[in-house]
Write a protein that binds this ligand. Structure first.
Ligand code: G3P
Ligand code: CA
Length: 336
């Protein structure tokens, strides 16, 4: 029998590392997230052709590495269907780890994050083992446990290629002493089948991801009770907790999702907080430049008021500061 997870102060989960400041899913991005105080770092995982787990948001790597400029790998450019979508590009499953390691990461959002492009070409694509080694090293150096929050990306796609992600994921965690029920680990996936399989193999907490345009049937009161039979938390797009008004783009009252999830015994983690106007609801933007920094502190506090248990963020320092401010104003209110 799994123990129910205890409610605790909101977790700050560094989404793809501190990806607001460094090219995503690089050791530099994870290292900075840890230095900024994040509780967990979030590697998305895909597989190489030789079955090694590496940190990338999707298996197509044209927009997050310099592969398009590599003549020696030009023959890997291809078009395929991934999770029902036709995608043209270069895919991790068509490269060996040795080939992938010759590539260098680049900023995914250069228009919104031009400062980060100075790091283009400086870092390689880390393996999951390298991420876990970094987390262990930094936990020991800083004297605080830093968690990992891996996501299996395209699990059915990789299983169909004979490159299933789940066994290597659990093996890697076990190798690094993070396979037990009290390890600071959450495993996340959009695919219920993937989580149900993991449930039968690991005591680690599992997180059902739900996108705003995805399996929203899973976040009805009934759906959440079903999710609670195999998962410990839901990781939901932020609009599912604080829906935006269709016309104005401002946020309105919270949905019943947090209350329903808590009633079902599930934690609620929301994604993704980002400082730039481009990602903020209308009321929190400052000026018209999509790349300018808006009032993400206010936005974060609205999610804390709504009762969420964890926050995925590209800017862990902003999110932590919002949490500190929220806690201190709650303490003041309690004294009155
Ligand atoms: O894993 C939570 C959130 O990261 C899901 O969205 O697309 O950024 O992996 P994505
Ligand atoms: Ca993710």
């Amino acid at each position: 029998m799994r123990e129910p997870l205890e409610l605790q102060p909101p977790l700050v989960i560094a989404h793809r590392g501190a990806s607001g400041y460094r090219p995503e899913h690089t050791l530099a991005s994870y290292r900075l997230a840890i230095a900024l105080g994040a509780d967990y770092v979030e590697p998305d995982l895909v597989s190489t052709r030789d079955g090694v787990l590496v940190a990338r948001h999707e298996s197509e790597i044209g927009s997050t590495t310099d592969i398009a400029a590599r003549a020696e790998l030009a023959d890997r450019l291809t078009t395929k269907e991934v999770d029902g979508r036709v995608v043209t590009g270069w895919f991790t499953e068509d490269l060996t780890l040795a080939e992938l390691k010759t590539l260098r990461a680049v900023e995914r959002l250069p228009e919104l994050r031009p400062r980060n492009t100075r790091y283009d070409g400086r870092y390689d694509v880390p393996t999951f083992d390298e991420v876990l080694a970094l987390v262990a090293e930094e936990s020991a150096r800083l004297g605080r446990p830093i968690g990992v929050y891996p996501e299996t990306k395209h699990p059915s796609h990789f299983a169909a290629l004979g490159l299933a992600l789940e066994e290597p994921l659990l093996d890697a965690l076990a190798r690094h002493g993070m396979g037990g029920p009290h390890a600071p680990v959450f495993l996340q996936s959009f695919e219920p089948g993937n989580l149900q399989w993991l449930r039968s193999r690991t005591p680690l907490p599992l997180v059902q991801l739900v996108a705003a345009d995805g399996r929203v049937d899973l976040v009805t009161a009934t759906g959440l009770r079903r999710v609670a039979s195999y998962a410990d938390a839901v990781g939901v797009a932020k609009d599912l907790v604080l829906p935006r008004h269709a016309g104005t783009g401002t946020i309105g009252d919270p949905s019943s999702l947090v209350a329903d999830a808590h009633a079902a015994g599930l934690l609620v983690h929301v994604w993704t907080l980002r400082d730039e106007n481009a990602f903020l609801p209308t009321g929190y933007r400052r000026g018209a430049d999509p790349a300018a920094i808006g009032d993400s502190i206010e936005e974060t506090q609205a999610f804390l008021d709504a009762g969420v248990d964890g926050l995925f963020t590209d800017h862990p320092d902003t999110t932590l500061e919002a949490c500190r401010l929220h806690a201190s104003s709650s303490r003041l209110r309690a004294l009155r």
